[in-house]
Design a protein around this ligand. Structure first.
Ligand SMILES: C[S@@+](CC[C@H](N)C(=O)[O-])C[C@H]1O[C@@H](n2cnc3c(N)ncnc32)[C@H](O)[C@@H]1O
Length: 279
């Protein structure tokens, strides 16, 4: 049943048309990494899957393609606007094994599923250990737990492009000042342990792109565009001087003129199964 999203679940990047478009492009850019992680974690045909912080549905759709018609995927998100879009996308793709509900992840019922998954959700949760500990203590033994997060500090250009460095600094500072951990990916091992989950298997992947057609320039500029109101609200110094409307072109020109490459943030996957009770 849909219920209004509690204020503490507010997604700091919002779900404007710009952010929805960015999420779609991002999903295409990193979807292969997520699919690889889900396959390695053994998300297989027939499983019942819960996708936490599903946004507009891309990870749920990936999961649905892996669990097939015998499986079932439920995506939950605190933002009603994102869930509306996810439902519309599922309906227009004729997908019947995937469902979406408005719900906060912190107080959700984690029983009766075979897998609990999420991408880019833990960084937005004020206390990710608390969430994982609830998963560890309330999901059935053997439930697969898979999270896919990122490390923003790994992003760089080689050789260094001053404009890229400025953009990345602005991005990381905005996240930090907003209380979002920009490097939660490499902390997943520790977070799983602290929550009482078994030590996870982990994998890291990053794109590296150069030349005039790389998407990496737009990826950085689009992410900064969606963060700009937050950066300005927080009074972050470089926010007004980055000239967001021309940033993609200037980044492309600078990196191409350096004959360089851009490496967007690395994405890290972690997976484990809820342990059987030791009693
Ligand atoms: C970066 S988006 C990721 C969306 C999707 N998982 C993907 O990878 O495309 C993060 C999503 O988490 C949702 N979210 C944040 N905090 C939440 C909470 N406490 N409960 C439910 N959803 C939450 C936001 O509304 C947002 O849609």
């Amino acid at each position: 049943m849909d219920s209004p999203a509690p204020a503490q679940h507010a997604y700091k990047l919002g779900h404007s048309a710009t952010e929805v478009r960015r999420l779609e492009l991002q999903a295409r850019y990193i979807g292969g990494f997520t699919e690889d992680i889900l396959k390695r974690a053994r998300l297989v045909s027939g499983m019942r899957v819960l996708d936490l912080g599903c946004g507009i549905g891309d990870v749920s759709f990936l999961a649905a393609s892996l669990v097939g018609p015998m499986g079932d995927v439920r995506g939950i998100d605190a933002a009603p606007g994102a869930i509306d879009i996810a439902r519309q996308r599922a309906a227009s793709a004729g997908m019947t094994s995937v469902h979406f509900d408005v719900a906060g992840v912190m107080d959700f019922d984690f029983s009766n599923v075979d897998a609990i998954i999420g991408r880019l959700i833990l960084l937005h949760i004020p206390d990710p250990v608390q969430l994982l500990a609830r998963v560890a203590s309330t999901a059935s033994p053997g439930t697969l737990v898979v999270f896919h997060e990122l490390d923003m500090s790994t992003a760089r250009s080689v050789p260094e492009s001053p404009l890229c460095t400025k953009g990345l600094r602005l991005l990381i500072e905005t996240f930090r000042r907003a209380g979002i951990d920009p490097d939660i990916g490499s902390k997943l091992f520790t977070l799983f342990r602290q929550a009482g989950l078994p030590d996870p298997d982990m994998l890291l992947a990053a794109r590296i792109e150069g030349g005039p057609d790389a998407f990496a320039y737009q990826y950085l500029a689009d992410t900064l565009r969606t963060l700009m109101p937050l950066a300005q609200h927080l009074g972050i110094a470089d926010a007004d001087s980055i000239d967001i409307d021309t940033l993609t072109t200037r980044l492309r020109d600078e990196i191409v003129s350096l004959d360089g490459v851009m490496q967007p943030p690395a994405y890290l996957g972690a997976w484990a199964r809820v342990a059987h009770s030791r009693r």
